[in-house]
Design a protein around this ligand. Structure first.
Ligand SMILES: [Zn+2]
Length: 176
């Protein structure tokens, strides 16, 4: 006799149902294998391998995004040294305070612009922690340091961020 709870686990493994919107469920998709970083590799993804670990207050918002939009429409990930420390005068590792929003197929798959805007608004309008430090989407950046004014951003297809939304949050201890 297999306890009900074990059946749930077995069924999930067999059917690969992934429910990151629920507390306690993995934020990494089924089959994710954590790769080591190859520093300086010309392939950005090998130099900055994907991760799915965030500070607790960011996790709560990511789960909310998945509950509203679902794993078909969005994929949320971060990566090693995200953003790279040579950008935006980033002085330290912010991997666990940053996220990228892609299409549900995964990192590198362009998000549908309407879905991107919905996700943007969910994060922007979220009443609780975390607080946005900066957000980049559709060749524009809004930074707390600049009163969240819209400013042009990017110099090429990657930095324009037409294909994904980037957000970096403050620490939970941050006070407005
Ligand atoms: Zn990013």
């Amino acid at each position: 006799m297999i306890p009900l709870v074990a059946w749930g686990t077995i069924a999930r493994r067999m059917t690969r149902i992934w429910t990151p919107g629920l507390d306690g469920e993995p934020l990494a998709p089924p089959g994710f294998v954590r790769q080591r970083r190859i520093v300086g590799h010309p392939n950005y993804v090998l130099d900055h391998p994907t991760r799915y670990r965030w500070n607790k207050h960011v996790v709560a918002l990511i789960r909310k995004l998945y509950r509203i939009l679902g794993t078909k429409l969005i994929h949320v990930c971060t990566y090693v040294e995200h953003p790279p420390m040579d950008q935006l005068a980033v002085p330290r590792r912010l991997d666990r305070l940053s996220l990228d929003l892609w299409d549900g197929q995964g990192r590198g798959f362009p998000i549908d612009p309407d879905v991107g805007w919905r996700a943007y608004n969910i994060m922007w309008d979220d009443p609780g922690q975390p607080f946005i430090d900066w957000i980049i989407w559709q060749a524009q950046i809004r930074q707390r340091a600049n009163g969240f004014a819209w400013e042009p951003f990017g110099t090429d297809p990657i930095s324009w961020h037409y294909d994904h939304v980037h957000v970096t949050f403050h620490e939970r201890s941050f006070r407005l």
